[in-house]
Design a protein around this ligand. Structure first.
Ligand code: SAH
Length: 273
């Protein structure tokens, strides 16, 4: 048996022990912000580094749903600041203020914090205000990688990740990128594909793909990847809109080489077999 401060390897698997808590009296310290990617959902997919940071900080800041996921990790001495989903700027402001008070702060983001997550916003705020804070980004498993692993190996060749949300990006820009990625025969992973209000974008995206890709191009749809409620479906461009697509869905459209086998989606890397 090998042990380290927080992990224990045993015959029957790995156990995470309580981290050696190094939380200290933080007054007079330079503030620290860790922007922590939680991975796709289930805590089994949280990195050990992320686990350790969440255990050690004084303050945990995040969107309510993600804070709930971490309930078992956070102890009473830690301060928790949770806000609603669209409050990213307010949330970042609160995290920065806590760090400026000399606290160690974990800013929680789903998946990878640097993929449509909180990392950019935190760094932009620090840069814009020339703040004397230490910032560290802790990577997480992004939805595209989580979904791909459920589908098989669809991202084995060059791929593009495109968000269909036009809240912060003009729709013309998104259309242009969809066109170019499809024309370049990239595998394409779509984030934010459809919400209750945004129902047309996924249809328009499919029409663009059909200009460059065959109707039988494999399409993988994964809802709630790597969460207890995960559901997956392999279909094709022709039929993809007949399946439920929502805001916890990642849609992966294959390239011209992608094929299906049993319930797997595979993009060849190019090896001779
Ligand atoms: N930072 C996150 C992405 C945030 S954008 C990451 O790296 O994963 C939000 C979009 O991510 C959702 O609309 C959905 O398309 C995708 N997503 C997030 N979690 C997911 C999951 N568990 N399963 C499938 N898609 C997911």
């Amino acid at each position: 048996m090998r042990t380290s401060s927080i992990i224990e390897w045993k015959e029957d698997g790995i156990t995470l022990k309580e981290a050696e808590i190094t939380r200290s009296d933080s007054s007079n310290c330079r503030g620290e912000i860790y922007v922590v990617g939680l991975g796709p959902g289930d805590l089994e997919y949280l990195s050990i580094k992320a686990f350790k940071v969440i255990k050690e900080v004084d303050v945990v800041v995040g969107y309510n749903t993600y804070i709930d996921l971490l309930e078992d990790l956070i102890d009473e001495e830690q301060e928790v600041i949770s806000t609603g989903m669209t409050k990213e700027v307010d949330r970042t402001q609160l995290a920065v203020e806590a760090a400026q008070d000399g606290k160690r702060v974990a800013m929680i983001s789903s998946g990878d914090a640097g993929v449509y997550g909180m990392a950019g916003l935190v760094l932009e705020m620090v840069a814009e205000n020339e703040l004397d804070l230490s910032v560290e980004i802790i990577p997480g498993i992004t939805a595209a990688n989580a979904a791909a692993s459920t589908l098989g190996a669809p991202l084995m060749h060059d791929y593009a990740v495109i968000s269909l949300s036009d809240l912060l990006t003009p729709w013309e820009v998104i259309i242009d990128r969809l066109e170019k990625a499809a024309a370049g025969d990239f595998v394409i992973a779509l984030y934010n594909p459809k919400s209750k209000q945004r129902t047309e974008q996924i249809k328009e995206a499919r029409n663009i793909f059909l200009k460059h890709k065959a109707p039988d191009t494999p399409v993988g749809i994964v809802r709630s990847a790597k969460r207890g409620t995960e559901e997956m479906m392999i279909t094709d461009l022709e039929n993809m809109l007949n399946h439920e697509i929502n805001m916890v869905t990642t849609v992966i459209i294959g390239n011209s080489e992608t094929f299906t086998f049993a319930d797997l989606m595979i993009t060849p890397r190019g090896y001779e077999l």
